[in-house]
Design a protein around this ligand. Structure first.
Ligand code: MEV
Length: 417
């Protein structure tokens, strides 16, 4: 049976890592070449994705190892510029083995909003009387979606003020992120809503507060696996800090999004929509952490993440960006709900890793090594010089450009001798 537990993965040369990922995911020679090329996005595709294209902006794509999600071994591609995130996720996933994460994504129902100005007094009732006609008109816009079992399933209407009403179309978007389908439907039903309400439609657009499209992940960390009951207690206290304080909750949730956004970017998903959904959901009853951590009766650590995850695997960049398609293949994902489940699990793992580090040795220790390597490169170190300079700076506890330059000069001087 294949395993995502790959000891020493981080130490291997890139070619070896790619070979392992190829074998794990059954990639073709072409796909292996694409990974190794570090140039996955051809100009002609980029030029059709957005306007005024002049180049592409690359990010490193790393693989988080050790994940088991709903019993399945998974390698998770993460695209991110921040050091330590991939290592932290892999470590957190390792400590959760052999049980791993249990995750469940709900039905992919998105909300389309239609704003109506100056409606009649009985507009809400009239809308409800004509509910079936409105749903029928919305669904006439996307026969393919309806044939796949999706489409507008229900509508809601409420007055926001004396002269403003909002109608929600509740649209099952199946494997899409859903913005296109929902926005088309919202625009299509607006004239009918104007007729029914006697008002004037203004905005017609999806809501990113996707409360009907929640994904949940859960994990139990055995106390022995994470440093004992004392660490469990500290993590619970760290969570309570975020629960009690918005300033901390913002950073706590940022750590969760480090993992979720990285998978979203690797798969070509709209991470701004996911961010908007995450933080508006966190703020629904006063801003709170998106995760919960508790000590179980036997002294282990139970964690849960629940948040909206509006992600798709068809349409947009997920379909056209070769690396996005490859990322889905590496994870063996063929349903949007599976992707949401992976993201929720990675977010939970990421949060655990951050809380454990913060509550024990502090966050900087883990950051230092790669940070030192970056500084070494900036100071002009090449090849094996990079590791030597970085190691020396970490030993000295001084990670600075001037120190890197000094060490580098020293190495080069000694080489000449
Ligand atoms: C840094 O990108 C993320 C953390 O600040 C998250 C946290 O504080 O929980 C480490």
């Amino acid at each position: 049976m294949k395993s995502s537990r790959i000891p020493g993965f981080y130490k291997m040369p890139i070619e070896e890592r790619v070979r392992i990922v190829k074998e794990f995911a059954g990639l073709s020679d072409e796909e292996e070449k694409l990974l190794l090329s570090f140039h996955a996005l051809p100009a002609e595709i980029a030029d059709r994705m957005i306007e005024n294209v002049v180049s592409s902006m690359q990010l490193p794509l790393g693989i988080a190892t050790n994940f088991i999600i709903n019993g399945k071994e998974m390698l998770v591609p993460m695209a991110i510029e921040e050091t330590s995130v991939v290592a932290a996720a892999s470590n957190a996933a390792k400590m959760a083995r052999p049980d791993g994460f249990k995750a469940k994504a709900g039905e992919p129902v998105m909300i389309g909003q239609i704003q109506i100005l100056n409606p009649s007094k009985d507009a809400v009732e009239k809308i409800m009387e004509r509910k079936n006609d409105i749903i029928e008109l919305a669904n006439a816009q996307d026969k393919i979606l309806v044939n796949l079992g999706g489409g507008t399933k229900d509508i809601e209407a409420r007055m926001l003020s004396n002269d403003m009403l909002v109608v929600h179309l509740l649209v099952d978007v199946r494997d899409a992120m859903g913005a296109n389908a929902v926005n088309t439907m919202a625009e299509a039903v607006a004239p009918l809503l104007e007729k029914i309400t006697g008002g004037k439609a203004l905005l017609r657009i999806i809501s990113n507060l996707a409360i009907h499209r929640l994904a949940k992940a859960e994990v139990i960390y055995k106390k022995e696996a994470i440093g004992g009951e004392e660490v469990v207690d500290k993590i619970v206290k760290a969570y309570e800090f975020a629960f009690l304080d918005k300033f901390r909750a913002a950073t706590h949730n940022k750590g969760i999004m480090n993992g979720i956004d990285a998978v979203a970017i690797a798969t070509g998903n709209d991470w701004r929509a996911i961010e908007a959904g995450a933080h508006s959901y966190a703020a629904i009853n006063g801003y709170k952490p998106l995760t919960t951590w508790k000590k179980t009766e036997d002294g282990n650590l139970y964690g849960k993440l629940e948040m909206p995850l509006a992600v798709g695997i068809i349409g947009g960049a997920t379909k056209v960006h070769p690396m996005a398609r490859l990322s889905l293949k590496i994870m063996g994902i063929d349903k949007a709900s599976q992707l949401a489940e992976v993201m929720a699990s990675v977010g939970l793992a990421q949060n655990f890793a951050a809380l454990r580090a913060l509550a024990t040795k502090g966050i900087q220790a883990g950051h230092m090594k790669l940070h030192a390597q970056n500084i070494a490169v900036m100071a002009g170190a090449k090849g094996e010089e990079i590791d030597i300079v970085a190691k020396k700076m970490v030993e000295m506890g001084k990670i600075r450009m001037d120190i890197a330059q000094e060490i580098l000069n020293e190495i080069r001087k000694n080489k000449k001798v």
